[in-house]
Design a protein around this ligand. Structure first.
Ligand code: SF4
Ligand code: SF4
Length: 184
């Protein structure tokens, strides 16, 4: 059979020499390789004490944004849930009542909004689909946990705190926004 690459080697059945039979040169060779790697730059990091720097447009855990006045931007239109290939997003919509204008930007809002982080594949399609610039992925990781239910992130974990805004300017550049709306 014709070989596809030139990497294959024919197996030799020749008798082993004395040095090969005592394995000493092979052991010393192996130790030398180990020693060489001791002085090389490590390819791994000591997670979780050490973290690799992540890009500003890294696709990590989500944030539900508020507008400049602190009102929730999400209008519970469901487009993110429809766009999600993993069916990770669920929500319940409610009509905004009189006097709640400061809480919710639009006439409809999500009273319940949940993302199942075990289903999510961090593709970013929810961010692309959102017409209200309400959902963004961030460079934060989803922390590990022993309980499955702790991976269902509700509004308590997703909506950004008024006092601690999440900066999404690096992923919401003018180019990104104009491409998003011109492609529709
Ligand atoms: S990042 Fe992708 S998989 Fe995760 S919730 Fe958004 S659309 Fe769904
Ligand atoms: S996050 Fe955006 S796309 Fe999803 S329901 Fe809210 S407004 Fe609609």
């Amino acid at each position: 059979m014709k070989s596809l690459t030139n990497r294959s080697k024919a197996v030799s059945n020749k008798k082993m020499s004395f040095l090969e039979r005592i394995y000493l040169p092979a052991i010393i060779g192996g130790l030398f390789i180990t020693l060489k790697h001791l002085f090389k730059r490590r390819a791994t990091v000591k997670w979780p004490d050490e973290e690799r720097p992540r890009s500003d447009v890294y696709r990590g855990r989500h944030v539900l944004k508020r507008d400049e006045n602190g009102a929730e931007r999400c209008t519970a239109c469901g487009l993110c849930a429809v766009a999600c290939p993993a069916e990770a997003i669920t929500m319940t919509s409610m009509e905004r009542k009189k006097g709640e204008e400061g809480l919710y930007r639009e006439e409809k809002y999500a009273s319940v909004y949940e993302i199942n982080m075990l289903r999510c594949i961090f593709c970013g399609l929810c961010e692309e689909a959102c017409p209200k610039e309400a959902i963004f992925l961030t460079k934060e990781l989803v922390p590990t946990n022993y309980e499955r239910e702790n991976f269902i992130y509700g509004k308590d974990k997703l909506v950004e705190p008024v006092s601690k805004r999440v900066d999404v300017s690096k992923r919401q550049t003018l180019e990104v926004v104009s491409k998003k709306y011109n492609d529709r």
